[in-house]
Structure formats: C-alpha cells, structure tokens
Design a binder for this molecule. Structure first.
Ligand SMILES: CC(C)(COP(=O)(O)OP(=O)(O)OC[C@H]1O[C@@H](n2cnc3c(N)ncnc32)[C@H](O)[C@@H]1O)[C@@H](O)C(=O)NCCC(=O)NCCS
Ligand SMILES: Nc1ncnc2c1ncn2[C@@H]1O[C@H](COP(=O)(O)OP(=O)(O)OP(=O)(O)O)[C@@H](O)[C@H]1O
Length: 195
C-alpha cells in the first residue's frame, strides 16, 4: 500500500485538496478532524486538557477559543497540549493504516498539518505540500471568522516555514491560482500515484 503525505500551512488549501482526493476515491486520514474528535464531549483527550487548562472545559465541553488563546499566550502550554494530542493522533493514524491495509487499499493519504514536525513524513512514499503566496495565505486565514488575524499569524509562526516545507516536498501543489488550476494539479498528482 502506497502511503502519501499531504501537508501545508494554515489556509494553504490542504482541506480543499484532501476533498478533491476523497472525491477521486482515495482514503484520507485527517489529523485535524481526529484532533477535533478527541477534544469533543466524551473525547479521550478532554479530561487531560481539563487538568492542563481548567478554564477551557466547562460541563464536559471544550471552548476551543479559550484553549487557543491560552496556548498562544503561554507557548509552553502548546507543547504540553501537543504532548497530550500527538500520541492519541498517532494511535488513530496507525488504526487508519491497519484498516486500509485490511480493506486492500492500493494508496492512502495522510493529511497532517505537522507532518514534517512530527516525523510522520518518514512513513510516506511521497509527500505533497500545498502552497500559496504569503499574502494569499494571510487573506484566507483572515477570512476564517473564528480566528482573529493576530492569533492566526502566531499559530502560523509555530509551524515550519512554507519555503522549508516546499524544499522537503516531492510534489508542490500551488493553490494561489484558480480552483480549476488546483484541480488540474490534483488530477496530475493522482495519475502519478496510480502510475
Ligand atoms: C491550538 C488549537 C486549540 C486551536 O484550535 P482551533 O479550533 O482554533 O483551530 P484548529 O484546530 O481548527 O486548527 C487550525 C489550524 O491551526 C494549525 N495548528 C493546529 N495545531 C497546531 C500546532 N500544534 N502547531 C501549529 N499549528 C497548529 C493547523 O494548521 C490547523 O489546521 C488546536 O488546533 C489544537 O488542539 N492543537 C494541538 C494539536 C495539534 O498539534 N494539532 C495538529 C495536528 S498534526
Ligand atoms: N485555487 C484554490 N485552491 C485551493 N483553495 C482555494 C483556491 N482558491 C480559493 N481557495 C479557498 O482557500 C481556502 C483554503 O482553505 P482550506 O481549508 O482548504 O485550507 P487548509 O490548508 O486546510 O487550512 P487550515 O489549516 O487553516 O484548516 C478555502 O476557503 C478555499 O475555498
């Protein structure tokens, strides 16, 4: 089974490209969705987050804006949050790969924002990085109403720089142009996977 990595900074178009891949029938592991599920009511991460940042959890429910503000104000907290989340995400990823192998999938995608930072790229035969010019990224992130621009910029600064990711990529999917152009690059990427 071929394992492909998909990564990129916030707002670079990773989720958009992941949906295109899913529509083409490729199974995609979504690390962000996994994080959200683990942090949802009843999620495995919630009791530990409540210990770490008590004000972020009320009546078994996580207030993501409070948690985001807390980890950005105290960077050491982000490291502690990652130490809670990453082993759980790794476990979910292993399960996804096991299930995909059992189902006889020829090719799967790991969509992980911190793919390089967590070393998950080492599992991948090839890695595609989504990239767009910095002003396009800033404009897209600013459009996310649930995250004020200064916070978004600080979260971007926690990640590897785009140029470094592009350097490490086997394929770069440029998303700064039209959606049609992104689709064309994704189709070409899928053809190269199936070749
Ligand atoms: C920081 C948190 C609370 C912010 O939550 P919020 O709902 O505001 O944003 P959301 O989860 O949708 O993330 C938005 C984007 O931020 C980026 N991001 C998320 N976590 C991190 C991180 N630890 N470091 C750098 N960037 C991150 C990703 O590109 C993500 O797509 C949340 O993302 C979180 O719990 N992060 C820690 C877990 C983690 O490391 N996730 C990355 C999985 S590889
Ligand atoms: N040519 C394009 N290719 C991809 N996305 C585009 C393009 N033009 C505009 N967009 C828009 O840019 C946004 C990209 O957001 P998307 O959620 O895919 O990024 P992301 O990398 O997953 O971000 P985040 O990590 O912040 O969740 C979407 O709203 C999408 O509609």
């Amino acid at each position: 089974m071929k394992i492909l990595g998909l990564t990129g900074g916030m707002g670079m178009g990773k989720s958009t490209v992941a949906s295109m891949l899913r529509r083409a029938g490729v199974a995609v592991f979504d690390a962000d969705a996994t994080v959200h599920a683990l942090q949802a009511p009843g999620g495995a991460a919630l009791p530990r987050i409540a210990q770490l940042v008590p004000q972020a959890v009320t009546a078994g429910r996580l207030d993501r804006a409070v948690l985001r503000q807390a980890v950005l104000t105290h960077p050491a907290l982000l490291k502690k949050l990652e130490a809670i989340m990453h082993p759980l995400v790794r476990h979910a990823r292993t399960e996804f790969l096991r299930r995909s192998r059992l189902q006889g999938a020829a090719c799967v995608v790991l969509d992980i924002p911190l793919l390089f930072e967590t070393g998950a790229d080492r599992l991948c035969r090839r890695v595609a990085v989504v990239s767009a010019p910095p002003w396009v990224q800033r404009r897209r992130v600013a459009h996310r109403r649930n995250m004020p621009p200064p916070q978004a910029r600080r979260l971007i600064a926690c990640q590897m720089r785009d140029a470094r990711r592009v350097q490490k990529a086997d394929t770069v999917i440029r998303t700064g142009l039209s959606m049609k152009e992104t689709e064309r690059q994704v189709r070409r990427f899928i053809r190269s996977l199936r070749a």
